[in-house]
Write a new protein. Structure first.
Length: 100
């Protein structure tokens, strides 16, 4: 698997990448966009402002035959605990190798 990471490897980011390996990705690209959202009203009392918002592209054969909502649900299910403990938002691109 190829992990392309253009942001700082914080603990939440590492957990996200580790958990997404369950999808047997050929590639994961992660961007930490938390700095763009830390000033938002909803984040003012948040404990986690450094690793709360991510943009992720995952390429995996596991997405074959699934529509976009189903692909995204599979990612959200894997990261359920992280959403309960500080992860606020994901922007996802989920593709098969053929859609790359």
């Amino acid at each position: 698997m190829k992990v392309i990471n253009s942001s700082v490897n914080g603990p939440m980011e590492k957990v996200i990448v580790d958990k997404l390996t369950a999808l047997k990705p050929t590639s994961i690209t992660v961007h930490n966009d938390s700095h763009k959202h830390s000033h938002h009203k909803g984040m003012e009392n948040a404990e986690n402002k450094v690793e709360s918002h991510f943009r992720i592209e995952i390429i995996s054969d596991e997405f074959k035959g699934l529509n976009m909502p189903s692909r995204h649900r599979s990612v959200f299910k894997l990261l359920d605990h992280e959403f309960k403990t500080g992860l606020h938002s994901l922007v996802l691109k989920t593709k098969t190798p053929e859609e790359k």
